[in-house]
Design a protein around this ligand. Structure first.
Ligand code: THU
Length: 160
C-alpha cells in the first residue's frame, strides 16, 4: 500500500490593482464580455478572456439554454473558439470573472470540472502550461500557473 499526497500551488492576490498590466487588461476584457452572458436561468454571468501567444485576446461568456445541459460555460465557449480560429497557436493565459444578479460574488470562481477537463486537453496538446486567474465580481484573485493544479489524476489521451 502507498499513501500519496497531491500538492497544489496557487497565488492569491488581494485585488485587481495587485496584478501586472497584462493581467489587468485581460480582466478588463473578461469583465466587459461578462455582460454578454446569456444567463436567464441562473442569473450567473461569467466572462473569460484568453491570451494567445500571437497576442490576440479571445473572450467568451456563458450561454444557457431552456434545455439546461445544452448551455455552455464561458470558458469552453472561449477556448473552443480560440482552438477553432487558431488551432496551432499556444494558449498562454485564461482569466475568469463571474457576477450574479441575485447575490454578491466576492470569492474567486474556479472553473467547473467539465471546463477543467477541456482546458486540460489543450494544455496537453500544446505541451505548454496555461496560466489561469479567476475571481468573482470583487475580492481576491487566484492564480494557478497550470491547469494541472486544478485537476490532479486527470483522464487524458494516454489512456486511450
Ligand atoms: N458557469 C460558467 O460559465 N463557468 C464556470 O466555470 C461555472 C459555471 C456558468 C454555467 C451556467 O450558465 C452558470 O454559470 C451557472 O452554473
Amino acid at each position: 500500500m502507498e499513501k500519496v499526497t497531491i500538492k497544489s500551488e496557487y497565488i492569491i492576490y488581494d485585488s485587481l490593482s495587485d496584478l501586472n498590466i497584462e493581467n489587468q487588461n485581460l480582466f478588463q476584457e473578461a469583465i466587459k464580455v461578462r455582460d454578454t452572458a446569456y444567463a436567464p436561468y441562473s442569473n450567473f454571468l461569467v466572462g473569460t478572456a484568453i491570451l494567445l501567444e500571437n497576442g490576440e485576446i479571445i473572450s467568451g461568456s456563458n450561454q444557457e439554454n431552456a434545455a439546461y445541459p445544452s448551455g455552455l460555460c464561458a470558458e469552453r465557449v472561449a477556448i473552443f473558439y480560440a482552438a477553432a480560429k487558431y488551432p496551432n497557436v499556444v494558449i498562454k493565459k485564461m482569466v475568469i470573472t463571474a457576477k450574479s444578479n441575485n447575490k454578491k460574488v466576492d470569492k474567486p470562481i474556479a472553473p467547473c470540472g467539465s471546463c477543467r477537463q477541456s482546458i486540460s486537453e489543450y494544455e496537453i496538446k500544446q505541451m505548454q502550461d496555461i496560466t489561469l486567474l479567476f475571481m468573482g465580481e470583487t475580492g481576491k484573485i487566484i492564480e494557478s500557473s497550470s491547469l494541472k493544479n486544478l485537476l490532479p489524476l486527470s483522464f487524458d489521451k494516454k489512456f486511450l
